[in-house]
Write a protein that binds this ligand. Structure first.
Ligand SMILES: [Zn+2]
Length: 155
């Protein structure tokens, strides 16, 4: 009996882990799909830019960047979306990219195992800024509360 009980317990534990993994895999698949969509959109924009440049060449007009600025800025947006998708995929795997050598490393690593770059600089700064903002608003809140109390006391 005990053997089968343990078997059932182990199976449900494994199922829980698999379910989480399946959810992550589905998320990763969606992100990869988005990346591929953006890549093909970027290729269409490259074609569009090429066409415009060639039209200017044929008509012997002087080429100006403003003719293709719209397409270029769309590529910028699509590229940054790809970047954030790639970051999300790494986060799903509890991994991140070293900002110095771009190696895929453990999300909790303090130093990059490949190039040795310190990893916590950027995140630490972000946390500091958020903390300061919270402290300031908390102080303001407290001081306004105090002034309310003072007014009440005066009355
Ligand atoms: Zn590195």
């Amino acid at each position: 009996m005990g053997f089968f009980d343990n078997l059932g317990k182990k199976a449900s534990e494994a199922y829980g882990a698999t379910a989480k993994k399946t959810g992550d895999l589905a998320k990763e698949a969606k992100l990869r799909m988005k990346i591929n969509e953006n890549k093909s959109d970027i290729n269409e924009l490259y074609t569009e830019i090429g066409k415009k440049v060639y039209e200017k060449y044929v008509s012997e007009e002087t080429f100006n960047m403003r003719y293709v600025e719209e397409e270029c800025s769309k590529i910028d947006i699509l590229s940054s979306e790809i970047e954030s998708c790639l970051t999300s995929i790494l986060e799903l795997k509890n991994r991140k990219q070293c900002p110095k050598c771009f190696a895929e490393i453990d999300a909790n690593a303090t130093f990059c195992p490949k190039c040795g770059a310190k990893q916590d600089d950027v995140e630490a700064k972000e946390v500091e800024i958020v903390d300061n903002q919270e402290n300031n608003s908390a102080e303001q809140h407290t001081s306004s509360e105090n002034s309310n109390v003072n007014q009440e006391n005066n009355n």
